[in-house]
Write a protein that binds this ligand. Structure first.
Ligand SMILES: Nc1ncnc2c1ncn2[C@@H]1O[C@H](COP(=O)(O)OP(=O)(O)O)[C@@H](O)[C@H]1O
Ligand SMILES: [Mg+2]
Length: 362
């Protein structure tokens, strides 16, 4: 799939801008603060993944304005054309249109545009909290099966409602609270068992890709293992929730479920988070992105658009060259403050110049 054009109005630092892209590799160049990441963030938003930087939507609306608009044209691999239009309101709900039809959730855009994002922050996938690894897995799940976006959304909604009920209990299980919790437990158990099962199945498909990608990026064949570390045992989630109920009521939060799960990675038998060198952690982070991208290509026979935000400057020349060679074919948009990275031949160079912030600044 190809992003053909992106038009922005009051998005981040852009009062108004339009960009067109070739199907090959585009290098977006400009010094720091010129809006390179902002542009990739807009493309990511069109793919339904929210902010690349994981910030609330209101940060995307240009300061001093009430709403941002992102409009993009996408050519799918099967010849279909998509027009994505999103109005991001500073307060209230976003309006999302796909081919001029209203869609209720941003994530549904994954069916029109799928992206694989590489960012220097990806190191957090290895070093950071479990939430980063869950997000990686869940994004890959939706990218592989856009129709499954509702599994995760349903779970989040049920969890919020169960937690509200737990807080209302104020530490005491009254008969009323017990009945309410029975309802939410049944819903959470169904959604939670399903999500854990989907994540595990996906992860087992990703492991061989992970090892292959790691070998390419690191330049050495190494044993990579990934384990799904669940917050509850082999029993159905319903049983674990029942066992945790008094604890949950006391603490006012749900202590077991997919929202407390993690993935642990080992490089040559040692935990990557605590034992790997910075270089090994960077290689693993790149491999995680490449593996998920490979899985999407295999399962859906589509080519995600690769978005590479200032990735090469963080890598030593060996890893940078290996990554350039390992990038799969299809459209790629990369940003750099230091010119086209070695090993990459750009079909198109977009130079961002002019003032970094709003031009009408006095
Ligand atoms: N909501 C916003 N309104 C106005 N300016 C913004 C907003 N969000 C970010 N910016 C500005 O965008 C610039 C950063 O752009 P960015 O794309 O991160 O730069 P880079 O080219 O270094 O990747 C900063 O100057 C920042 O102040
Ligand atoms: Mg940047």
């Amino acid at each position: 799939m190809n992003v053909e054009s992106v038009s922005l109005a009051d998005f981040r630092s852009y009062p108004e801008a339009r960009f067109t892209f070739t199907p090959g590799l585009t290098a977006v160049l400009g010094s720091n603060g010129r809006g390179k990441t902002n542009l990739l963030e807009a493309v990511g938003f069109m793919a339904g993944i929210g902010s690349l930087r994981g910030v609330p939507d209101e940060a995307l609306v240009r300061s001093g304005t009430d709403a941002a608009v992102v409009r993009g044209e996408i050519a799918a691999d099967d010849g279909r054309q998509f027009l994505v239009e999103i109005e991001i309101a500073r307060t209230g709900r976003n309006r999302v249109l796909l081919n001029r039809q209203r869609v209720s959730r941003l994530r549904e855009l994954a069916g029109a545009l799928t992206v694989t994002v590489f960012s220097p922050d990806d190191l957090q996938l290895v070093k950071g909290s479990p939430a980063h690894r869950r997000r990686w897995l869940d994004e890959a799940l939706v990218a592989c099966h856009p129709a499954r976006e509702s599994v995760r959304a349903d779970l989040d909604r049920i969890l919020r409602q169960r937690n509200t009920a737990l807080r209302q209990a104020r530490g005491r299980i009254s008969p009323d609270i017990a009945v309410t919790l029975d309802v939410w437990d049944a819903k959470l158990a169904a959604a939670g068992d399903q999500l854990r099962c989907l994540r595990r199945e996906l992860l087992s498909g990703l492991v061989p890709r992970l090892a292959a990608a790691y070998a390419v990026v690191a330049g050495a064949a190494t044993e990579i293992s990934a384990d799904y570390a669940s917050s509850w045992g082999p029993e159905p989630l319903a049983e674990a929730l029942a066992a945790a109920r008094s604890d949950d009521v006391r603490r006012g939060v749900t202590t077991v479920g997919p929202h407390r799960d993690d993935v642990s990675f080992e490089i040559d038998g040692l935990a990557a988070r605590t034992h790997a060198s910075q270089g090994e952690q960077r290689s693993l982070a790149l491999a995680l992105r490449l593996a998920a991208d490979g899985e999407v290509r295999a399962r859906r026979s589509v080519k995600p658009v690769l978005l590479l935000d200032d990735v090469f400057s963080e890598l030593d020349p060996g890893r940078a060259g290996a990554l350039a060679l390992a990038l799969p074919d299809g459209q790629k948009i990369l940003t750099s403050a230091t010119g086209v990275p070695p090993g990459c031949s750009a079909d198109q160079v977009l130079l961002l110049d002019g003032p970094a912030r709003s031009p009408e600044r006095p």
